[in-house]
Design a binder for this molecule. Structure first.
Ligand SMILES: *Cc1c(COP(=O)(O)O)cnc(C)c1O
Length: 234
């Protein structure tokens, strides 16, 4: 995308985030914008970084690692900038462990074990548990009823995985306020998990281009926005 157009869209999104924070009584510093750059050019990511954007979300491991190499060659630190938000297969654990600032899509013991095994002593991998918030059989994410047992499993068996909170994709897409009950449910699940585990669990990753205002209303700390910034994916 032309740099001027990208800057314009980015500025609009930042202003709209700010307005939503004001509307719902949230401190702007308590909501981070994750720019979802999947299927967009790394040049656009570099331009956005130049405008002040700090973190980027990627879905596909090969694409993300390719972009990480370009970012590193440009003098940036991809392991501090890139988040992995897409479904992750256990067999790719070796390629991702320790390479992302945050993995949003932890959803099984098998994957947790695979990541844990690949992390060297001392290295911590921050993670979120992806919850299947609409209880949809075809969707990835952990069932809400399995959350507590899974978090306890992580505490006991995965000392290198640093659990920071929850992530969800609601079953309704581009639905604005209609997504709000699902975001409220994720917030309540996170609160219950805090009480149960004694962990801080500061992060709630929820809200995309079509519903981030509702997510901010319900306590999102990371909103994942692609299309509103970069335009349609090709
Ligand atoms: C693609 C994607 C987004 C961004 O969606 P937009 O509608 O383009 O803002 C957010 N989260 C996840 C998990 C995604 O796969």
């Amino acid at each position: 995308m032309r740099s001027a157009a990208l800057r314009e869209r980015y500025t609009e999104v930042c202003e709209s985030l700010h307005a939503a924070c004001q509307k719902y009584g949230r401190a702007p510093s308590s909501v981070r914008l994750l720019a979802v750059s999947k299927k967009h050019a790394v040049e656009d990511m570099l331009a956005l970084y130049g405008f002040g954007q700090q973190i980027f979300g990627e879905n596909y491991v090969q694409e993300a690692l390719g972009k990480a190499a370009v970012l590193a060659a440009s003098g940036l630190e991809p392991e501090r900038i890139l988040h992995l938000i897409g479904h992750l297969q256990s067999k790719k654990a070796a390629q991702v462990a320790g390479r992302f600032a945050l993995i949003h899509s932890l959803d099984s013991r098998h994957l947790a074990d695979a990541l844990e095994k690949r992390l060297a002593d001392g290295a911590l991998q921050p993670v979120l548990i992806e919850v299947n918030i609409g209880d949809e059989p075809q969707k990835s994410g952990l069932a809400a009823q399995d959350l507590e047992a899974f978090a306890e499993y992580l505490q006991e068996h995965c000392p290198h995985l640093e659990l920071q909170g929850l992530m969800c994709l609601p079953p309704v897409f581009d639905a604005g306020e209609r997504a709000r009950p699902y975001f409220a449910r994720l917030r309540k699940l996170n609160e219950a998990l805090r009480t149960k585990t004694g962990l801080l669990l500061p992060e709630l990753s929820m809200g995309m281009s079509g519903d981030y205002q509702a997510a901010i209303a319900e306590g999102a700390t990371i909103v994942r926005i692609g299309t509103a910034i970069f335009g349609p994916r090709i």
